[in-house]
Design a protein around this ligand. Structure first.
Ligand SMILES: O=C(O)CCC(=O)C(=O)O
Ligand SMILES: [Fe+2]
Length: 321
């Protein structure tokens, strides 16, 4: 009997799914309970965002290390001098968007060991994993640097972070992305804090230009807080009216089936993978088979990891030099 097309295209869809989703074995809800984060999850679900206080996030010395690293990178990229109580300039740094009073430092992970330490922060990871069930991937690790005058005008720059699908309808039952801002300076209305439209994540669509600005509330949060938010929630920032800097470390996470903003998947070194827990490799998409060349996806390389998520297999490590 002649072979049909169906005979030829035989592949094990379940095995492929597993290969694409090397999940952790953790009980993500137990982790949330153990760290006492339940109330923050409830608030994110209700309002779309929450401020997790510094004592739940990390010691002041750690925040100081992150802040110093961000300031060092800012100086290197702009060629300018930075001090917390002084306004700044983007100098020779040509990242987009070029705006007065602020810029974004992109692709921070490889700039300092403290950034990779941050990616193993228990509180941030527990929040991410609650929403992503171990299938989140680091999309970008950036810093918003703002000083007197920085802001987005009357619209407050309100937007949703979830990429817009053709239908325009954002997912209601799951998060395609979650985001968080680790505050490296105090956030207040005068200091140009991030602003949210409470409950707007439930609308499951992006705002029209300017829509919602009258309902936005600026967040009050001391340095060291983690502002965690749902990917659908409408947010922007109020203008910074005080002298000195407003700084964040922003960890933007997407579901692993989506495209990441920054390319970490293959750029992370083997050494960096080996000195961090397997969850770090998963978060960076170290086994992400997408973007393949002539040999195709090579899912088999990753199947081993699906069987034993606690060990990053050699077949994955050898993709990294
Ligand atoms: O702080 C800001 O200026 C806006 C931040 C933002 O939109 C984000 O982190 O996604
Ligand atoms: Fe955003």
């Amino acid at each position: 009997m002649a072979q049909t097309k169906d005979d030829l295209i035989q592949f094990d869809a379940a095995a492929e799914d597993n290969a694409l989703s090397p999940k952790g074995h953790d009980d993500y809800d137990a982790k949330v309970a153990e760290l006492g984060l339940g109330e923050y999850i409830e608030e994110v679900d209700e309002r779309g965002f929450v401020v997790i206080p510094p004592e739940k996030v990390g010691p002041p010395e750690f925040i100081e290390r992150v802040r110093s690293a961000v300031l060092r990178v800012a100086e290197e990229r702009t060629g300018e001098k930075f001090a917390l109580d002084k306004n700044a300039s983007s100098g020779k740094y040509r990242s987009e968007p070029q705006m007065s009073g602020q810029f974004i430092l992109y692709y921070l992970l490889f700039e300092d060991r403290v950034f990779e330490e941050w990616l193993s922060n228990e509180t941030m990871l527990a929040m991410v994993n609650h929403y992503m069930r171990g299938e989140g991937q680091l999309s970008s690790l950036t810093s918003f640097v703002k000083w007197n005058g920085g802001g987005y005008g009357d619209t407050l720059g309100l937007h949703s972070d979830t990429p817009r699908p053709c239908s325009g309808v954002l997912p209601a039952q799951c998060n395609d992305v979650v985001n968080s801002a680790l505050c490296l300076t105090d956030y207040s209305e005068e200091n140009g804090a991030i602003a949210f439209v409470p409950g707007s994540h439930k609308l499951c669509r992006h705002p029209q230009r300017g829509e919602g600005a009258d309902k936005a509330v600026a967040v009050e949060a001391p340095a060291g807080s983690l502002i965690f938010f749902n990917g659908n929630v409408w947010h922007g920032a109020v203008p910074k009216k005080t002298d000195g800097l407003r700084l964040t470390l922003t960890s933007y996470i997407c579901h692993q089936r989506l495209k990441t903003q920054e390319q970490y998947q293959r750029h992370v070194s083997r050494e960096m993978l080996e000195r961090n827990p397997p969850a770090f490799a998963r978060l960076l998409g170290a086994a992400d088979p997408m973007g393949w060349t002539s040999l195709g996806p090579q899912f088999s390389r990753f199947a081993a990891w699906a069987k034993d998520p606690e060990t990053v297999p050699d077949s994955v490590l050898e993709l990294h030099t």
